[in-house]
Design a protein around this ligand. Structure first.
Ligand code: PMP
Length: 360
């Protein structure tokens, strides 16, 4: 089988057993005589799929009962607008932690709806670290505080979730949801585009505390109101059925693996392997401060930029895909989400060592 190790930031690798299961069930899902793509979203088959997906996600993340799981569309980018439309409704103010390109977009969108205050930023050092946030920085009147738990482009991640007291914490978890254990009760809203750790693109998962639902003004379009999807169990209109099915298979795979404690252990091992090598390498370097490093997205640079292209080309020939860094950071980036096997990282490090040997 000619599958490569795909280090793309998203859409990214899916677990092979999940793809195989989907392949097996593709033409005739559970004797329906149809593929999941052809099933009515109102059918019993699909109803089981979406409720099992909900149940499995609740189990994996230990989501408390006073939270709803919503299966939406529009990507995390739509949440940049939906969050303020639904939540910036009391004081009309929100506090943001600015940690990179994605938080910038979230801030810009929220500014359309109210008063945004950036309470901490790492822009002064090119977003190579996560700024300290403590509760004294937070406006007690703010409708919410927004953070990006993992910064896909810059390769940083919060190692500690800030305590925001009574102000709801909203988190863009697109690139690290399900990668480690988290305490959902610390958050008011968690949102994530699916195309990294959940499944194929087209699905957006929102986990929201029930008291935050139903606050949007009447002028809020139905499709952008959390209440619409909460009241209809995500079936107000046709949801991204196949993506939800794939997400369910990914959740089953994760559960079979041992759930998030085991996934986190594996992710730590994978990231450690690459970071340990970057520490000792005389060719490659990590641009990110040690205490702020992401386990999911690992950027690395070669001071002699001429070698970037050579490295990326040779890596591609060796079966390591999509290692080019984001245009705003340059260099290389290895995205090693849940589905990237340990073996993929081991082989990448061996390849980097060999490249270093040739190019020192
Ligand atoms: N936030 C983060 C942290 C992301 O990594 C991405 C996508 N890479 C987005 C938001 C935007 O997501 P989408 O493409 O699903 O709108």
């Amino acid at each position: 089988m000619n599958r490569v190790f795909n280090f793309s930031a998203g859409p990214s690798m899916l677990p092979l057993p999940v793809l195989e299961k989907a392949q097996k069930e593709l033409l005739n899902y559970q004797d329906s005589g149809m593929s999941v793509m052809e099933l009515s979203h109102r059918s019993g088959w699909f109803s089981d799929i979406i409720s099992e997906a909900d149940q499995l996600l609740r189990e994996l993340l230990q989501i408390p009962d006073n939270y709803k799981v919503l299966f939406l569309q529009g990507g995390a980018s739509q949440q940049f607008a939906m969050v303020p439309m639904n939540l910036m409704v009391n004081s009309g103010k929100a506090d943001f932690v600015h940690t990179g390109s994605w938080s910038k977009k979230a801030i810009k969108e929220a500014e359309r709806f109210g008063e945004v205050r950036v309470i901490a930023s790492s822009e002064d050092e090119n977003f190579t670290y996560i700024p300290k946030v403590d509760s004294s920085m937070i406006d007690p009147e703010a409708d919410y505080v927004h953070i990006t738990t993992n910064n896909t482009i810059e390769g940083t991640a919060f190692s500690e979730i800030p305590d925001t007291g009574d102000v709801p914490l909203v988190a863009d978890m697109s690139s690290n949801i399900l990668s480690e254990e988290i305490d959902v009760s610390k958050f008011g809203v968690i949102y994530a585009g699916a195309q990294k750790n959940i499944g194929p693109a087209g699905l957006t998962v929102v986990i929201i505390r029930e008291d935050l639902i139903g606050k949007a003004p009447d002028s809020c379009p139905a499709m952008l109101n959390y209440k619409t999807f909460s009241d209809s169990d995500s079936l107000y209109n046709t949801p991204p059925t196949f993506s939800i099915y794939m997400a369910k298979l990914v959740f089953e795979w994760l559960k079979g693996l041992g759930g998030l404690p085991e996934m986190e252990r594996i992710n730590r091992e994978k990231a450690q392997l690459l970071y340990d090598y970057l520490e000792t390498s005389e060719l490659f370097d990590s641009p990110v401060k040690k205490d702020s490093r992401s386990m999911m997205n690992i950027p690395f640079i070669i001071p002699d930029k001429e070698l970037d292209g050579v490295f990326i080309d040779e890596a591609k020939q060796a079966g390591f895909e999509t290692l080019k860094g984001h245009r705003s950071v340059g260099g290389m980036r290895a995205s090693i989400y849940n589905a990237m096997p340990l073996q993929g990282v081991k082989q990448l490090v061996a390849f980097m060592e060999e490249f270093e040997g040739k190019n020192k």
